[in-house]
Design a protein around this ligand. Structure first.
Ligand code: SF4
Length: 442
């Protein structure tokens, strides 16, 4: 049973040394009871206390990591119901399903494995492959491995799975699935090959019963498949939320595992998209897509990035002066903030136009132009400071600086801050920069 903050406090050194980042041991104990910190943050807990605190220190949702070829896909270890309470940590792994019976399995996997897109400076790819054992799984794993080293989910009954497991020894795949009819054999297989195991049942009661039995048989890394395939989205959502609440609020260990989703169970592509998006938002850990569809994958990857970005730390680029399209001393200087999406919107428009420019990125604590201006983080003083700090004057012979249109109001103050510069007001939207450049700056 979980310990209260006071009970935990009694097991801590009570020296208030602050090394854990909290002002007192009591504050740390309260956070530990709320599963918001790890026990390892306090270096002074005695071994005896550590043992007593083990249950409180364990994450409410077990971290499960699939590994292969230097890749790792992790799910679990989440501590909050809502992203804005803190952050979500481990992005749901997006897996592409292939069938062992497919003749061109290696070709399909190679196409998906090669998929890579850049979004605000981040590289997006698929995370792994799920292989349905509707044919020789051993041969299928070898074919997949000829095209990709990414982690695997193996789907089938115990007899069909074993050849696949033999073909990927040394990796940590995920097996789907143990159910009330086969859980002993599946648990033995997972234990023998050190694989993680999906546990599947039609109700949460059955699921909790199974995970306890499987754990007693020696398997720790489990993933839950909590609703029958093709259930309505509302039923899946209710089950996923209930699982998360049981794990975090009731600290109910038998259901404290990541969740796997198969959005394409009905074959309806619209449902697949909606279910996958729902699973990413609440609270899927592994999402298996029916096939490689870049148009769906990209949307899901962007959604995932937005949900799993720490809301307290916007994605930022390094402040500095960026050269776009080989600028010369005659090229204009444009200014923006260091919020990634703002930076890439501006940089991509200039780059796409083929026109050369210097882009000064001011440190606005990762906020967009208007937000930063409203928060007092992007004013004339800061812009002038950036231009001076990055020694932009030494790079240009014609001192022209273009302000984002949204902060036209700063132009007068900036003239005072930079008296030997010509201040111009650019467009409000990045998309209008090329036309503005051609009309005003050439
Ligand atoms: S590091 Fe440990 S001993 Fe020091 S204040 Fe934190 S909980 Fe107390």
């Amino acid at each position: 049973m979980a310990l209260s903050g006071i009970q935990i406090y009694k097991l801590l050194p009570q020296t208030n040394c602050k090394e854990c980042g909290f002002p007192t041991c009591l504050a740390f104990a309260m956070k530990l009871a709320a599963k918001q910190v790890e026990l390892s943050s306090c270096p002074y807990v005695s071994e005896d206390s550590q043992q007593q605190l083990a249950e409180s220190a364990a994450p409410p949702i077990r971290l499960v990591a699939l590994k292969a070829g230097g890749y790792e896909v992790k799910a679990g270890n989440e501590t909050v119901l809502f992203r804005h309470d803190k952050t979500f940590y481990n992005k749901p792994g997006l897996f592409i399903q292939v069938n062992a019976a497919d003749g061109d399995i290696a070709k399909k996997v190679a196409a998906a494995d090669a998929y890579s897109v850049t979004y605000v400076g981040l590289e997006f790819t698929v995370d792994g492959f799920a292989i349905l054992a509707d044919g020789d799984l051993g041969a299928a794993v070898k074919a997949v491995r000829s095209a990709s080293k990414r982690p695997l989910i193996l789907i089938g009954d115990p007899a069909a799975l074993e050849p696949g497991l033999q073909a990927c020894q040394g990796e940590t795949p995920l097996l789907h699935a143990a159910d009330p009819s086969n859980w002993e054999t599946m648990a033995d297989l997972a234990k023998k090959y050190q694989a993680a195991l999906v546990v599947k049942a039609d109700t949460l009661d059955e699921l909790a019963d199974l995970t306890q039995k499987i754990q007693a048989r020696g398997v720790e890394d489990m993933v839950l498949d909590p609703v029958p395939a093709a259930s309505p989205l509302s039923q899946s959502l209710a089950a996923y939320v209930q699982l998360r609440r049981m794990a975090l609020k009731a600290n109910f260990r038998p259901l404290g595992y990541p969740i796997i989703s198969f959005p394409a169970a009905t074959g309806d592509p619209v449902r697949e998209s909606l279910f996958a998006a729902q699973a990413i938002a609440k609270y899927g850990g592994f999402v298996v897509l029916s096939e490689f569809k870049p148009e769906l994958l990209y949307a899901l990857l962007v959604l995932r990035e937005n949900i799993y970005t720490d809301p307290q730390k916007p994605i930022q680029v390094q402040p500095g002066v960026y050269e776009i399209n080989n600028p010369t001393p005659e090229s204009p200087v444009l200014v923006t903030t260091n919020f990634s999406i703002t930076y890439f919107a501006v940089a991509n428009e200039i780059e796409g136009s083929g026109l050369p420019a210097w882009l000064v990125v001011a440190d606005a604590e990762g906020m967009s132009v208007l937000t930063a201006w409203a928060a007092g983080k992007f004013d004339a003083e800061r812009i002038a400071k950036s231009i001076k700090e990055f020694d932009v004057a030494s790079k240009v012979s014609r001192k022209r600086v273009v302000l984002p249109g949204h902060v036209a109001v700063l132009s007068g103050e900036l003239e005072e801050e930079l008296p030997d510069w010509e201040i111009k007001v650019g467009p409000r939207e990045a998309v209008d920069i090329p036309a503005f450049y051609k009309q005003v700056l050439t």
